[in-house]
Design a binder for this molecule. Structure first.
Ligand SMILES: Nc1nc2c(ncn2[C@@H]2O[C@H](COP(=O)(O)OP(=O)(O)O)[C@@H](O)[C@H]2O)c(=O)[nH]1
Ligand SMILES: [Mg+2]
Length: 642
């Protein structure tokens, strides 16, 4: 395991406010590495710098973002995966245009922790610092930065650097673990070539772990590859895991095939989509209302996609408002529920809002459909409603609380109590007592139970002469409808307890159903039985009886099967079929012989009943099989005595 957990800290703030200079002052490393960046003194690309702090519990990793308005797209990609923000405001200039826009983006992306640095403190006096501090305090009021440390710093004099380091360590301790579905996922934010190493993609791992040799897929394009090598913090590793800044060397892929915005993930683990359901929060500062079919730039993960906003709820969204929308993407992308996003308009080019993905593979909705809006709201609502909706959508597939949480992109700590509440209220049915426990929504369970009962009733309407049905038939129909075997077991148990069915070995009977045949069949049954009865020990072959009575083979088989089930006819072997009374007489004869001689042979029975050897053998084998007698060499003795 990579030695320390990472804490990803993103810078944010207006251009030239000293973001890059502060990262360099803290780490000794200039995050601007491109010749063009050095030349122009301007950040263009994301810069990744590790803070050397051996005493720190966790490894701080900075993502330094460009402040220029032209590079908001890059900033949004960088900020999308961070654990905490280092929000930068130059003491001399104060709150500026991109200070506001970056702040909006951090909030929309759901960043939860951070600190403020008032940079270039060497350029202003104490009074100005105090005034700015108060202004910033009120600016961040009500946001994730309310009450956050505000630290004056100077990259020139070194003032405040020690304090910032302490603040960052403190943030590191407060970072909550990211929800993990255990499946490897890493949005790509850098693609490069290392001489002698090959094509490399880098990013922050958002789920699961990845090991050298793993097969992965690049989404949404579906490019398959294998991980040839892994680097974490410049060191070669056998694997990396959630939360870590990670570089993967990929086999068989060229740099031209790869770009920021793609997602490297476990093969087949994501489904590209052109639709996303979400709640969109529109910034109070947005210039205009949002209208149906507005075309926007969607920033999700490290990706940017052009999309139209389908307003499912309401005709427009006013600044400061919020509503359910479906984003219709102009090319496929990948996401998971819980992922945050930002939307920007084309003209004026501005961040207008953002939100949380509720469904990453939704159907097309009808606008203003109450049912659809209700479902979306529940997914985005309080834990209990969201959990209930997930169980409803899962239909026949039982889920654990953990799985429900992952489908919502929420933490298990939030969803588990909601699931327990739903169970206590009878909204969920526990399907398996195994750990973790799995549940179905009560409505889905009841629906499945009804269908099974209907299946059983239909079967006996079609085959009234049969006393029971093969369990395999019930099972096949249930599985075909998307049910699961363990659910079926529970349902059958329920139906049995409720006195609806009787469950025997591999067969199922319906309580109140008496096997019956129609009158023609009954008459044919009498005739068949009469033929066998008259033949007595010299029983004819079944097919001869069928032909003699002029019955068609399938009708004959159906009726004969019923007679056999009723015990009126007994099949002793493949070619020997007796009527019950003949068999009873044979039993008397066998018992008589055994009583006299202690045992009986085929020859003795043949002579006693005056029949051919074939029948005598079939009779004795039948009694051996049914436990009346037992064979010892060529003699058959009473089974009890043997
Ligand atoms: N006096 C002074 N100048 C600074 C300080 N930090 C940065 N600068 C200068 O401000 C300019 C912009 O800094 P830079 O880090 O590139 O800003 P960024 O665009 O926010 O990354 C550069 O000329 C820096 O030398 C500081 O603490 N004091
Ligand atoms: Mg910079």
């Amino acid at each position: 395991m990579p030695d320390k957990e990472h804490v990803i800290v993103g810078t944010a703030g207006h251009i030239d406010h000293g973001k890059s200079a502060l990262v360099k002052a803290l780490t000794g490393t200039d995050p601007d590495t491109l010749p063009e960046e050095k030349e122009r003194g301007l950040t263009i690309e994301l810069g990744f710098v590790f803070l050397d702090d051996p005493a720190g519990e966790k490894q701080i990793v900075f993502i330094d973002v460009p402040g220029h308005e032209k590079f908001i797209k890059t900033m949004a990609a960088g900020a999308s995966q961070i654990d905490a923000a280092l929000f930068i405001i130059a003491a001399d200039e104060g709150i500026s245009v991109q200070t506001r826009e970056h702040f909006d983006i951090l909030r929309l992306l759901g960043v939860r922790l951070g600190a403020v640095a008032l940079t270039k403190s060497d350029l202003v006096d104490e009074a100005r610092l105090a005034a700015l501090k108060a202004e910033v305090r009120s600016f961040v009021g009500g946001s994730f930065l309310e009450g956050a440390p505000i630290v004056p710093t100077s990259a020139v004099t070194g003032a405040g650097l020690g304090e910032i380091r302490d603040v960052l360590r403190g943030l590191g301790r407060r970072v909550e673990p990211r929800p993990d579905n255990g499946i490897f996922r890493m949005p790509i934010d850098r693609v490069f070539i290392i001489q002698g190493f090959g094509t490399v993609v880098a990013g922050t791992v958002l789920g699961g772990r990845v090991a050298a040799g793993d097969r992965i897929e690049i989404f949404p394009e579906g490019l398959k590859s294998r991980v040839r090598g892994i680097q974490v913090h410049g060191k070669k590793m056998d694997f990396s895991a959630i939360g870590r800044r990670t570089a993967l060397n990929l086999q068989d892929l060229k740099k031209e095939d790869l770009r920021r915005g793609q997602v490297a993930a476990a093969e087949g683990s994501l489904v590209p989509t052109v639709r996303l359901d979400a709640r969109l929060d529109v910034l109070r500062s947005a210039e205009k209302e949002v209208k149906h079919r507005d075309r926007v730039r969607l920033h999700i993960g490290t990706d940017e996609v052009i999309a139209r906003l389908a307003l499912i709820e309401g005709r427009k969204i006013e600044p400061g408002g919020s509503a359910m929308v479906q984003l219709i993407l102009e090319r496929p992308a990948v996401a998971l529920p819980g992922d945050r996003f930002v939307v920007r308009t084309f003209s004026p080019l501005a961040t207008i809002g953002g939100g949380t993905v509720l469904d990453a593979g939704p159907k097309k909705h009808r606008r203003f459909s109450d049912r659809d809006i209700e479902g979306m709201k529940r997914l985005g609502g309080r834990a209990r409603d969201a959990a209930e909706e997930v169980f409803l959508q899962a239909a026949g597939s039982p889920l654990s609380a953990g799985e429900a949480a992952l489908r919502l992109g929420r933490s298990e700590a939030e969803i588990e109590p909601a699931v327990r509440e739903l169970l206590a209220d009878g909204r969920l049915v526990m399907i398996g007592p195994e750990k973790p426990e799995i549940y179905l929504h009560q409505k889905m369970y009841a629906g499945q139970k009804e269908k099974i009962e209907a299946d059983v009733r239909k079967y006996f309407e079609a085959y009234p002469e049969r006393p029971d049905m093969p369990f395999a038939d019930v099972r096949a129909a249930f599985l075909k409808r998307g049910g699961e075997a363990r659910t079926l077991r529970l349902i059958i148990d329920d139906l049995r307890r409720a006195g609806v069915v009787v469950a025997g070995n591999a067969r199922l009977g319906l309580v109140g159903h008496e096997a019956r045949m129609n009158s023609a069949d009954l008459k044919a049954g009498e005739e068949i039985e009469a033929v066998f009865r008259r033949a007595r020990f010299a029983a004819p072959l079944e097919e001869d009886v069928q032909r003699r009575l002029g019955l068609n083979p399938s009708a004959f088989k159906k009726i004969l099967d019923a007679l056999i089930r009723e015990g009126r006819i007994v099949r002793l072997g493949a070619k020997v079929t007796y009527q019950r009374e003949a068999l009873d007489a044979a039993r008397e004869a066998v018992l008589g012989l055994v009583e006299r001689h202690g045992s009986v042979t085929i020859a003795e029975l043949r002579d006693r009943l005056n029949l051919s050897r074939k029948y005598a053998q079939a009779i004795l084998e039948h009694f051996d099989k049914t436990g009346l007698t037992k064979r010892v060499d060529d003699r058959h003795v009473p089974a009890a005595r043997a």
